[in-house]
Design a protein around this ligand. Structure first.
Ligand SMILES: [Zn+2]
Length: 248
């Protein structure tokens, strides 16, 4: 992975993200894991917010927990914890992609994750990808983000370098689509009105304005173009926030 790290330097030098002086501070430190000290700061109940939905096998029931201020809350708005791996991985991923304002997008200049959990008028759900599928996606129709917390991406960028991205970074990309739906009213394309050029144009916007600055700040594999060469697109990573593959 050393060569990929070296390559970042070249890509970053000519980027506007370098103007952010905090970019390379706290290299190893994941700021997102710090507990907020303002726990009395409860979500506005009119805001529907960002929720993690999962099946709790011990009670055979679907559980919904709200993501707010780097923590999970129960339906009463109380800080809570869970044994569920998917829910905890999602919490870890959401906190990680806010490290050093990595989720500050280049479209509105605001923090994508916070915008979503503090300003949505409909509930946004993050659910686990089904067992026989790989990869994350956002479904505008149901306001649901399907999250693959196990597999990250392996692809080549516009410089033909092999790059790797964590599952968390792909979650960040999909939250870009969520943002576009919620705040920019970008309507979903149905199969009937599918337009490839428009599809790619929207993907390119999400890559440039959401994924790219996030990848740079998190020091993961960066691409500037959506059109990349997927060598083996989904690959198991060491953890939800790791872009080190467990296998090749
Ligand atoms: Zn996309």
């Amino acid at each position: 992975m050393a060569t990929i790290k070296e390559n970042y330097t070249n890509i970053i030098t000519d980027s506007e993200v370098t103007q952010n002086s905090s970019l390379f501070e706290n290299d190893k430190e994941i700021l997102g894991f710090e507990k907020e000290t303002t726990n009395n700061n409860k979500p506005d109940r009119k805001v529907k917010g960002l929720w993690v939905k999962f099946l709790d096998n011990s009670i055979r029931k679907n559980i919904e927990l709200q993501y707010y201020n780097k923590q999970l809350l129960n339906k009463k708005g109380e800080v809570t914890s869970t044994e569920n791996k998917f829910a905890n991985d999602t919490l870890t991923a959401l906190n990680y992609i806010q490290t050093n304002d990595a989720d500050k997008n280049l479209l509105s200049g605001t923090n994508t994750v916070k915008d979503i959990y503090t300003n949505t008028k409909s509930k946004i759900f993050i659910i686990n990808v089904s067992e026989n599928e790989k990869g994350s996606s956002y479904q505008n129709k149901n306001k649901t983000l399907i999250f693959d917390s196990i597999n990250g991406k392996r692809m080549t960028n516009e410089r033909n370098e092999i790059i790797y991205q964590s599952p968390a970074l792909e979650l960040g990309h999909e939250l870009g689509h969520t943002f576009r739906d919620i705040f920019n009213n970008v309507k979903p394309m149905t199969e009937a009105n599918f337009n490839l050029a428009k599809f790619i144009e929207e993907e390119q916007l999400v890559v440039e304005k959401f994924e790219w600055p996030m990848a740079v700040k998190l020091k993961e594999g960066v691409r500037k173009n959506y059109i990349t060469n997927d060598l083996k697109p989904y690959i198991k990573m060491e953890s939800v926030i790791s872009n080190e593959p467990l296998e090749e």
